[in-house]
Design a protein around this ligand. Structure first.
Ligand code: SF4
Length: 179
């Protein structure tokens, strides 16, 4: 029987090719936990597109409530950090810790994230964060750099074919100024 896998998904453009690849290998579910996204309208837009992808392939999706105040509390003092600095490290850590916790509580054995698909997201930074979260909850972390093996091209085509919304900033209010 295929292992059950919980995939933290940041957005449809990063997630679509990953979901398509993993759904044939695992008993896959998607988790949408991204309280970093600002404003709420943008959060809902990105989530709607992830719902659309999951619906197309009948992949179950777990939707965690939008809690921007929790995220703001977590990155307090790091607001002025540049993108890819300490604020991002904390933001990714928060999202992956919660994803691993949800995976454990819901009976998954493996968890992963689509974050390494992002052109400004380094697998070297994300892997240790994911692995540490997996260790805390007794899970396996699926360490894959999704940018590799031509998947970015595949993802771009899939997004274009479906006319999926693609954002032009990472997500938080501070990344808007760096877009
Ligand atoms: S730029 Fe992106 S990864 Fe960094 S803190 Fe903002 S939302 Fe999180």
């Amino acid at each position: 029987m295929a292992e059950n896998f919980l995939l933290h998904t940041c957005c449809a453009p990063c997630g679509i090719a990953v979901i398509d690849e993993l759904r044939s290998e695992f008993d896959l579910s998607v988790l949408f936990f991204n309280p970093n996204i600002f404003p709420e309208e943008e959060y809902l837009k990105r989530k709607t597109e992830v719902v659309r992808v999951c619906t197309e392939w009948s992949v179950p999706m777990i939707d965690i409530d939008y809690a921007p105040e929790e995220w703001e509390a977590c990155i307090k003092g790091l607001e002025q950090e540049p993108e890819q600095g300490k604020r991002c490290f904390t933001c990714i850590g928060m999202r992956l810790d919660r994803s691993a916790r949800e995976a454990k509580e819901r009976g998954f054995s493996v968890f992963g994230t689509t974050l390494t698909m992002g052109s400004r997201k380094s697998a070297r930074v994300i892997f240790p964060i994911g692995e540490a979260a997996a260790r805390r909850y007794g899970l396996d972390f699926y360490a894959e750099d999704w940018k590799k093996k031509g998947r970015e091209t595949v993802a771009r085509r899939m997004v274009k074919d479906r006319d999926i919304y693609r954002q032009n900033y990472c997500g938080c209010r501070y990344s808007v100024r760096e877009r």
